[in-house]
Write a protein that binds this ligand. Structure first.
Ligand code: BEZ
Length: 186
C-alpha cells in the first residue's frame, strides 16, 4: 500500500518566497538530477544516517514485490554525504511528484565546508509511512534488492549507481558499500 504525500508536501510553504533553496540529495538525486537546478555542490548533513529501509512500490519495485531504497534515520554523530542542488522553489512541485511514495519535505542545515553551511531541504521517509520496511539483516536486504524491478529500472542499478556516485565523491558510506558488496558480481 502507498500513500501519496504530494498534497501534504504542498502545505510546507517555508521556501515559497525564497529566490532559491538548497535541496540535499542522499539517494537517487545524487546521480539522477532530472530536474532543473541552478548549481550543485557536494555537501553533507549531520545527525542522519542513510539506510535502505524505505520500500519502493513505484520506482524500483512494485506493490507486490517492493524494492528497497534510501531514507534517513536520526543517529547522533552520523554524517551523511550527498549532493546539494540550488533550485527554484517552483521545482519542488516536480520533486514532490517524483518522491510521492511516502517522502515528506524536511528542513535541515546543509554543510558545504567546515565553515560554510546553509538551510536546506531533504525528502524524508519516516517509519510511520505505509511503504516503510525498516531494518533487516544485510543479506536479506541485498536479496530483496537483487530481485526487485520497477518502472524506473532495477533496484540493483539504483544501489550500484549510488555506491559508484559516493565513491566518485570520496564519500564512504559503510551501509551502502556493504549492501553493494553483497550484490557483486552482477
Ligand atoms: C534523495 O536522493 O535524496 C532522494 C531520492 C528519492 C526520494 C527521497 C530522497
Amino acid at each position: 500500500m502507498s500513500i501519496d504525500t504530494t498534497a501534504l508536501n504542498r502545505t510546507m510553504t517555508h521556501f515559497d518566497r525564497h529566490h532559491s533553496l538548497w535541496l540535499f540529495g542522499y539517494g537517487s538525486l545524487i546521480w539522477k538530477a532530472d530536474f532543473p537546478f541552478i548549481e550543485r555542490r557536494p555537501a553533507w548533513i549531520t545527525g542522519w544516517a542513510r539506510r535502505f529501509w524505505q520500500g519502493s512500490h513505484d520506482h524500483r519495485g512494485t506493490p507486490e514485490a517492493p524494492g528497497r531504497v534510501a531514507t534517513l534515520v536520526r543517529e547522533s554523530g552520523a554524517i551523511c554525504h550527498g549532493m546539494a542542488y540550488r533550485i527554484a522553489p517552483a521545482t519542488l512541485a516536480q520533486l514532490d511528484a517524483r518522491e510521492k511514495n511516502g517522502y515528506l519535505r524536511e528542513r535541515v542545515p546543509v554543510y558545504f565546508t567546515a565553515t560554510e553551511h546553509d538551510e536546506g531541504l531533504i525528502y524524508l521517509a519516516t517509519a510511520d509511512n505505509a511503504a516503510f520496511l525498516g531494518a533487516a539483516p544485510l543479506a536479506v536486504m541485498a536479496a530483496q534488492i537483487a530481485g526487485a524491478h520497477g518502472p524506473s529500472g532495477s533496484n540493483r542499478d539504483y544501489l550500484l549507481n549510488l555506491a559508484e556516485a559516493l565513491a566518485q565523491q570520496g564519500a564512504a558510506d559503510e551501509h551502502v558499500s556493504a549492501l553493494a558488496a553483497l550484490l557483486q558480481p552482477a
